[in-house]
Design a protein around this ligand. Structure first.
Ligand code: FDP
Length: 337
């Protein structure tokens, strides 16, 4: 029988040299939240049958939507532990301050509790994304400035995929490692050590129904991806519409995920702080690259908590190619490529 490594053991044995245990235990907390959310999402299709839905529970409280539930679980597991100075959630307009009655820690947790919400009701994979920063000023209580750091400053990031099985994939800057939840024991077991983007890549992922709204450079890039040019790559199309699931598949098979800016949404759709940023950190660790089309995602300093960004993420040569198409378009050289 091959060696079995639990996530607890792995995190402990691979903690960065500077870690004093706080980051390690914070990652345990996230893994525990993932198990609780996985348990709930696995029952999502049973809600109507078991009479849990729509109505109210025994206390007469209305049942929560899954994304609100996931948000609450993460907050409740992490706010009192003394490891955080601030949290930012996709579900909340304001940053979540750590109440004064609790000890303040050194880290900031940014998270999207349940990404791909349009897929929840149709039993398609969804996910949680998280990133961890060290707070800027350890002497003070958490401030928004602690979260507004470029993703290149992340000390850890990861995601949980609630799919055919539940997986937690994370990095603390020492490679990307994936764990699969064994539901019988309730343990995440190391299943994908040192994940690296395969080359040649297999897939491109984009919602091409928005083609008419993209800039000429992006359109030309997508034409190139789809085999219209003599030097087009040999890629197949896959798009789930659930960022974590699309990202995970491309991480395993190689490729590029694109969510470009649009004529009426010139900032793009996805959020920099808790979607694009953590995934950019992971893809860099897996040998790839992430860009908004002009600049590396890792270098963009957010100016607001829910800032949006265009996103091109995957194998570096593919991402650099879209940057080249956009650059040429902006230099007015569109006809030459
Ligand atoms: P959703 O709107 O379903 O929550 O982050 C938002 C997100 O999903 C991503 O998970 C997904 O990649 C993208 O939006 C899908 O957007 P489109 O429906 O516009 O393709």
């Amino acid at each position: 029988m091959s060696t079995v490594t639990t996530i607890e053991r792995f995190i402990l044995e691979h903690q960065p040299e500077y870690a004093r245990g706080e980051l390690t235990t914070l990652l345990y907390d996230v893994a525990l939240a993932a198990k609780i959310i996985a348990h709930k999402t696995n029952r999502a299709g049973l809600i109507d049958i078991l009479g849990e839905a729509g109505a109210s529970n025994v206390q007469g409280e209305a049942q929560q939507k899954l994304d609100i539930y996931a948000d609450e679980i993460i907050k409740q597991l992490c706010d009192h532990t003394g490891r955080l100075c601030l949290m930012v959630s996709e579900e909340r307009e304001e940053a979540i301050a750590i109440p004064d009655r609790y000890h303040k820690g050194s880290y900031v947790l940014v998270y999207d509790p349940l990404d791909g919400s349009s897929n929840i009701d149709v039993n398609v994979s969804i996910g949680t994304i998280f990133g961890i920063y060290r707070c800027v000023d350890e002497q003070r209580r958490g401030r928004v400035e602690d979260a507004l750091q470029p993703p290149g400053h992340l000390v850890a990031a990861g995601y949980v995929l609630y799919g055919a099985s539940t997986m937690l994939v994370y990095s603390t800057g020492d490679g990307v490692h994936g764990f699969t939840l064994n539901p019988e024991y309730g343990e995440f077991l190391l299943s994908h050590p040192n994940m690296h983007l395969p080359d040649p890549p297999a897939y491109f992922s984009v919602n091409s129904s928005y083609y008419a709204r993209w800039s000429p450079g992006v359109r030309r890039f997508l034409d190139w991806l789809q085999g219209m040019n003599p030097d087009s790559p040999n890629l197949s199309a896959r798009y789930i519409g659930s960022l974590v699931a699309d990202f995970h598949r491309n991480l395993l098979r190689g490729g590029i995920f694109c969510y470009p800016a649009e004529s009426e949404r010139d900032e793009g759709k996805l959020r920099l702080l808790y979607e694009a940023g953590p995934l950019a950190f992971l893809i860099a660790q897996a040998g790839g690259h992430a860009s908004d089309g002009r600049q590396a995602i890792l270098e963009i300093t957010p100016t607001s908590l829910h800032q949006r960004t265009a996103l091109f993420i995957g194998n570096r040569p593919l991402v650099e190619r879209v940057e080249a198409f956009i650059r040429l378009e902006e230099e007015g050289d569109a006809q030459t490529y």
